[in-house]
Design a protein around this ligand. Structure first.
Ligand SMILES: *Cc1c(COP(=O)(O)O)cnc(C)c1O
Length: 421
C-alpha cells in the first residue's frame, strides 16, 4: 500500500491555522530543550503519533468489536481486536478493555462495575502517594462512595500492611485499591490479595505509574493477583494519552458494561489504534531493555541526589520514580520546582509522607526517568543530571540558573527528543 495521506499534514495546518501550528512547534522545541523529569510523562513514538493523527478519529463505534451500534465499523474493529489480543498476550491477562479515555476514566469504570453509591472502599491516602481518584475529598470518588485510607508507616515510609489489614477487618470494604502516583517501592500484591480474600473484597490495582515496567518485565506483575488492573497508557508504557483495564475472565462482561454504556460514550478509535501500536512496541527486546534502564537510571539519579544532601523517601527506589525530601538542605518543594524550571529542568514539587508543609509548598520533589531514558541517556548522564539539580535548587541566583541551563542544553543536544530524520 502506498497511501501517503493519513490525516496529519503539518503544512496544511500551518497554512490554515498558524497560531496553533506555532503551539505544536513550540512544544516540540520545549521538549527538545531541557530535561523532562516528570515521572508520569514520556516521549511516545512517531508511529503512535501517526495513529493518533489519523482519520480513525472520525469513526463512531459505540459497542465492542463485532457488536457495534453503528455501521461501517469493520475497519476500526481490526484495530481494537488487535489491541485487545496484544494486551492479553503482553500481560497474560484473561480480558482487556482498551476503551477508557484516561486513567481517571478507567477508575470510574472500575468503581461503576463493583460499587454502588455509598459503598466503602479502601485505598492509599493521597498525601502518602495515592491518587485524586482514590477517594480524595475533591474527587467524585469521595462524594459518591465512602473511601477509607491506609498509608505508609512512619519509619519505613513503605505501605503499612498491618494497618491495611486492620482497616479491612474493621470496615469490610467492597473493594481494596492498591497503587498511586508517588510510590517508589514495589507493592506486595500477594499480601493485598490475602487481605482481600480474608474480607471478601475485590482487589483493584491502579497500575498507572508502573504498568510500563511490568510490560517490560522489569518488575513483578499485579495481573496474577488482582481481580482488575486499571492503568494509563502514556506513562512508562509510552503509548498515547489514554487508559486501559485488564481483568479476570469472570469480571469481563461487568467491566465492559461499566466502561460502555455506564461511564462512556463512543470510543476514540484513533487512540485505541495508537494503544495497539504501543502494545506491539512493548513486546520488543528494545522496550524490555528500556524498562530495565529506566529503573537503573532512577536508582543512580536518586543515590547521586542523596550524595548531594537530599534524602530519598524509603531510602531509594525500585521503580522509575523517586521522592526526595529537601528539608535537610532547607529548600521547599515549591522553591526547588521553580529553581529547576529556571535551569531547564522540569520536575514537580511533591508532598512527602507526614509532610509538615501544605501541598502547595510541600517538602519534596518527585523525579522520574521515563523521558530521559527514551532519549537514550544512561547512568553516566544521570550523575550529571543530579549535579545540575543540586546546583539549581541550592541557589536563588539567576545567573547560576542560566549557567546550569546552558549545561543542560549541551547535554540534551547529544540526546535529542524526537531526533530529526
Ligand atoms: C496518572 C494517574 C491516574 C490518572 O490518569 P489520567 O489519565 O490523568 O486520568 C490515575 N491513577 C494513578 C495512580 C495515576 O498515577
Amino acid at each position: 500500500m502506498s497511501e501517503t495521506f493519513i490525516g496529519s499534514d503539518f503544512n496544511e495546518l500551518q497554512a490554515s491555522d498558524p497560531e496553533i501550528a506555532d503551539v505544536l512547534v513550540n512544544e516540540l522545541s520545549r521538549l527538545r530543550n531541557g530535561l523532562q523529569l516528570i515521572a508520569s510523562e514520556n516521549f511516545t513514538s512517531p508511529s503512535v503519533l501517526t495513529a493518533l493523527g489519523s482519520t480513525l478519529s472520525n469513526k463512531y463505534a459505540e459497542g465492542y468489536p463485532g457488536k457495534r451500534y453503528y455501521g461501517g465499523c469493520e475497519v476500526v474493529d481490526v484495530a481494537e481486536t488487535l489491541g485487545i489480543e496484544r494486551a492479553k498476550k503482553l500481560f497474560d491477562a484473561d480480558h482487556a478493555n482498551l476503551q477508557p479515555h484516561s486513567g481517571a476514566s478507567a477508575n470510574i469504570a472500575v468503581f461503576g462495575a463493583f460499587l454502588n453509591p455509598g459503598d466503602t472502599f479502601l485505598a492509599m491516602a493521597l498525601p502518602h502517594g495515592g491518587h485524586l481518584t482514590h477517594g480524595a475529598s475533591v474527587s467524585y470518588s469521595s462524594k459518591w462512595f465512602n473511601p477509607v485510607h491506609y498509608g505508609v508507616a512512619e519509619g519505613s515510609e513503605d505501605i503499612d500492611y498491618d494497618q491495611l489489614r486492620a482497616l479491612a477487618r474493621e470496615h469490610k470494604p467492597k473493594l481494596i485499591l492498591a497503587g498511586g502516583s508517588a510510590i517508589p517501592r514495589l507493592i506486595d500484591f500477594k499480601a493485598i490479595r490475602e487481605i482481600c480474600d480474608e474480607v471478601g473484597a475485590i482487589m483493584h490495582v491502579d497500575a498507572a505509574h508502573f504498568i510500563g515496567l511490568v510490560a517490560g518485565k522489569a518488575i513483578p506483575s499485579p495481573v496474577p493477583y488482582a481481580d482488575v488492573v486499571s492503568f494509563t497508557t502514556h506513562k512508562v508504557l509510552r503509548g498515547p494519552r489514554s487508559g486501559m483495564i485488564l481483568s479476570k475472565a469472570e469480571h469481563a462482561a461487568t467491566i465492559d458494561k461499566a466502561v460502555f454504556p455506564m461511564m462512556q460514550g463512543g470510543p476514540m478509535m484513533h487512540v485505541i489504534a495508537a494503544k495497539a501500536v504501543a502494545l506491539k512496541e512493548c513486546m520488543t527486546p528494545e522496550y524490555q531493555a528500556y524498562a530495565k534502564n529506566v529503573i537503573e537510571n532512577a536508582q543512580v539519579l536518586t543515590s547521586e541526589l542523596v550524595g548531594h544532601g537530599l534524602r530519598a523517601v524509603t531510602g531509594g527506589t525500585d521503580t522509575h520514580l523517586a521522592l526526595l525530601d529537601l528539608q535537610g538542605i532547607g529548600v521547599t518543594g515549591k522553591e526547588a520546582e521553580a529553581r529547576s524550571g529556571a535551569s531547564g529542568i522540569v520536575l514537580n514539587k511533591n508532598s512527602i509522607p507526614y509532610d509538615p508543609a501544605p501541598p502547595s509548598v510541600s517538602s519534596g520533589i518527585r523525579i522520574g526517568t521515563p523521558s530521559v531514558t527514551t532519549q537514550g541517556m544512561g547512568t553516566e548522564e544521570m550523575k550529571q543530571v543530579a549535579s545540575f539539580i543540586a546546583r539549581a535548587i541550592n541557589t536563588d541566583s539567576a545567573s547560576e540558573h542560566a549557567a546550569v541551563k546552558e549545561e543542560v542544553n549541551a547535554l540534551v543536544s547529544k540526546f535529542p527528543a524526537y531526533p530529526r530524520p
